[in-house]
Design a protein around this ligand. Structure first.
Ligand code: PLP
Length: 425
């Protein structure tokens, strides 16, 4: 039976049989028992399917991956130990030393660093483009060794909305897949596969969990990209993998080639899996994602409108505001609301901004975003402090930018807290 997103949030992934636990059980076990040596051998020869070691597969983890896969409408998903791991593996699954890929300069600072510094050390080069550039200028950055284009549905912390359809068409024109980090929108507000994106990633640490209890990530494969059509480019998928019984992923797994390689090669060798306990917590969060996201958006919209009218506020960036630069794109991709994250700047000095944050009552300063509790952060002094002023400006992170992650508390209380903190500035 075809189910809607709300039902999938609650029900997908775990369907107990007679006498089994109603709630998803935590299989907190590294390994799984077999009765004969022959049974175990058949698993290793890929002749039988079954669990044998949690680094490769675990029933709790698989159930939660299946739920996220259902929510995004993919053919398969894998969970990772963090959003960083998800983004790394999503790209590394098709890029190797000597390869190149393209992303936008407004992506999350941690991803910026991963792509621009750490992956460079592995011999993989990344070009950062401004999504405001015209097609011709961006297309000039594609090279024969370019293997993918990467973007964030809603950038952290700038709140830029990514034009998924435009970049999917551009990537496909150049024979590469589009990977989209859908962390801030979540599949409740945007399903990138419907706009031509090929692979979705998540930091499940954020709204999907929603309660700040676990760090995790996910990669979801749409199954739509035709790797064989560009076989030479994606030889890791289209030629035999000696480390995996000489199997060719596209031949053996068809539409699931990419996600199977991510599990059976990258997870096997690099092992960034989440614990079953963390997956259990993530699943609890997912069960209410469809209830929390509309409330985050409703509260954020009211707070953004209040900030916009406030004389102490220099500027507000929230795509739900009518005169926002990304409003039209948000209406197209995020018609039910974007997320709870607002970026704004206060009039005055950097010290005034710090004073304002220190004066807040229940709104906390935390290095986190996108959970049920309203929180605040100054990226230039916290998450993005590794970036130069020039890089900050390029990424759309003004030095005075305050990132306010609006939670699901009573909105009048949130506004009252902001108001009393501003009064004391
Ligand atoms: N992607 C986005 C959009 C993020 O905001 C973050 C973290 O803030 C990440 C990826 C990295 O995720 P994690 O902190 O789970 O490693």
């Amino acid at each position: 039976m075809k189910k809607n997103l709300e039902t999938l949030c609650v029900q997908a992934g775990w369907t107990p049989k007679k006498g089994e636990s109603r709630v998803l059980p935590i299989y907190q076990s590294t390994t799984f028992k077999y009765e004969t040596s022959e049974q175990m051998a058949r698993l290793f020869d890929l002749e039988d399917e079954g669990y044998f070691y949690t680094r490769l597969a675990n029933p709790t983890n698989d159930a939660v991956a299946a739920k996220i896969n259902a929510l995004e409408g993919g053919v398969g998903a894998v969970l990772t130990s963090s959003g960083q791991a998800a983004n790394f593996f999503a790209v590394f699954n098709i890029c190797e030393a000597g390869d190149h890929f393209i992303t936008t300069n407004s992506i999350y600072g941690g991803t910026y660093n991963l792509f621009g510094v750490t992956m460079k050390k592995l011999g993989i080069e990344c070009t950062f483009v401004d999504q405001e550039w015209d097609d011709e200028r961006i297309e000039a950055e594609f090279r024969p060794n370019t293997k993918c284009f990467f973007g964030e549905t809603i950038s952290n912390p700038g709140g830029n909305v990514f034009d998924i359809e435009r970049f999917a068409k551009m990537a496909h024109k150049h024979g590469v897949p589009l990977i989209v980090d859908n962390t801030f929108a979540t599949p409740i507000n945007c399903r990138p596969f419907e706009w031509g994106c090929d692979i979705v990633t998540h930091s499940t640490t954020k709204y999907m969990d929603g309660h700040a209890t676990q760090v995790g990530g996910a990669i979801v494969d749409s199954g739509n990209f035709d790797w064989d059509a560009y076989g030479d480019k994606f030889h890791g998928l289209t030629t035999p993998d000696e480390s995996y019984h000489g199997l060719t992923y596209t031949k053996a797994f068809g539409k699931k080639a990419y996600i199977t390689k991510a599990v059976s090669q990258l997870m096997r060798d690099l092992g960034s899996i989440p614990s079953p306990q963390n997956c259990f917590l993530l699943n609890l969060g997912l069960e209410t994602l469809h209830l929390r996201m509309p409330r985050h958006c409703e509260n954020a919209q009211k707070v953004a409108e209040w900030l916009e009218k406030n004389e102490k506020v220099a500027w507000v960036n929230y795509s739900g505001l009518k005169d926002n630069k990304y409003h039209a794109l948000a209406q197209k991709y995020l018609p039910n609301g974007s997320c709870g994250v607002i970026a704004f700047g206060l009039k005055g000095t950097r010290e005034d901004a710090i004073k304002f944050m220190d004066n807040l009552d229940f709104i906390c300063i935390v290095t986190h975003v996108a959970d049920a509790r309203t929180c605040v952060l100054h990226p230039a002094s916290h998450t993005h402090r590794q970036m130069s002023d020039e890089q900050l400006m390029e990424a759309g992170v003004a030095p005075d930018l305050i990132r306010l992650s609006v939670g699901i508390e009573n909105c009048d209380d949130i506004i009252a807290d902001l108001e009393q903190a501003m009064a004391k500035m």
